[in-house]
Design a binder for this molecule. Structure first.
Ligand code: SAM
Length: 281
């Protein structure tokens, strides 16, 4: 396990994923009934952006660092407000002091009655995660394999909730592992909301995942893709999120959010793109 999310904290893929995560949680809050958040690959929880590892890549500059240019009064600005409020104040360069990972976003947007389970396998990342949430009695941090957790925690006692699956994609088989593990969890808990994040290096992997989700028997799903540069550009430039049982408002929100994020985050004017595909619903 070599992957450490600190190198990538606050990059364009994080902005895309975390802005959508916030929208899903806000939707779940519309009903009083408690729910559970299961983050299978949680990372450290939040990242101090003054760390040396962050400086080495500087990825936040082309991610959260560009959100300073957002018109907060626009439709997209209003949809992004809950996420940006959690990110908090930034310095003159647009750098937040601490960038929130998915666990902190979930912690901040859930209610007293909701429960959260965060799994992380890397020893140092787990130690940071455990320390960060030690005083929140709603949160259980587990040094547990995320794939095992996905099977073990579906369905949660609340029968409502969100599973975020955000693996590092270090291993070549992680797309097929995700497809299989999702299908097994969905067979046990078909009504949960599942958010499956992926990088797009080879479009066939993303297409294969979408095909597997359709084949799982899921009633509805939304596939969102977001690129900051055209295919073939160096480095990671395209990312996606499949949301199974998406909130009914999410597709309309994505039509507002994604084009605005493309304009803010694309490497050059006109180089970015987004795509929205759906079935069921
Ligand atoms: C992309 S990062 C997670 C980022 C986090 N979800 C966020 O949005 O802030 C993936 C994390 O998965 C962890 N990891 C790798 N293999 C794992 C496994 N089998 N089970 C649980 N965590 C794992 C890595 O150490 C890394 O912290």
């Amino acid at each position: 396990m070599n992957y450490a999310h600190v190198f990538h904290a606050g990059n364009f893929a994080d902005v895309f994923k975390h802005a959508l995560l916030a929208r899903i949680l806000i939707y779940l809050n519309r009903k009083d009934a408690p729910y559970r958040v299961i983050d299978t690959h949680a990372g450290e929880g939040a990242y101090d952006l003054s760390r040396e590892e962050v400086e080495r890549t500087g990825e936040w500059r082309d991610g959260i660092g560009r959100l300073a240019g957002l018109d907060r009064a626009s439709d997209a600005g209003q949809l992004l407000a809950p996420y940006l409020d959690i990110v908090g104040a930034c310095d003159d360069e647009g750098r937040p002091l601490v960038y929130p990972g998915s666990p902190v976003i979930a912690q901040k947007l859930t209610r007293k009655t909701d429960r959260l389970v965060f799994c992380e396998k890397h020893p140092a990342a787990f130690a940071a995660l455990k320390a960060r949430f030690a005083r929140d009695r709603r949160v259980k941090t587990l040094d547990l394999d995320g794939w095992t957790a996905l099977g073990a925690f579906a369905p949660p006692p609340e029968r409502r909730g969100l599973v975020l699956v955000d693996p590092p994609y270090e291993a070549r088989d992680e797309f097929s592992r995700l497809a299989k593990s999702f299908a097994a969890a969905h067979a046990k808990w078909s009504t949960g909301v599942y958010a499956l994040w992926y990088p797009v290096k080879d479009a066939r992997d993303a297409d294969g995942l979408w095909k597997a989700v359709r084949a799982s028997g899921a009633k509805s799903a939304l596939r969102l893709e977001f690129a900051v540069a055209p295919p073939g550009a160096p480095g990671l430039a395209r990312t996606g999120l499949v949301v199974v049982n998406p909130p009914f408002v999410l597709e309309a929100e994505a039509h507002v959010l994604l084009p605005a994020l493309v304009r803010l985050l694309e490497r050059e004017a006109g180089a970015g793109a987004c795509a929205i595909e759906t079935f069921g619903g």
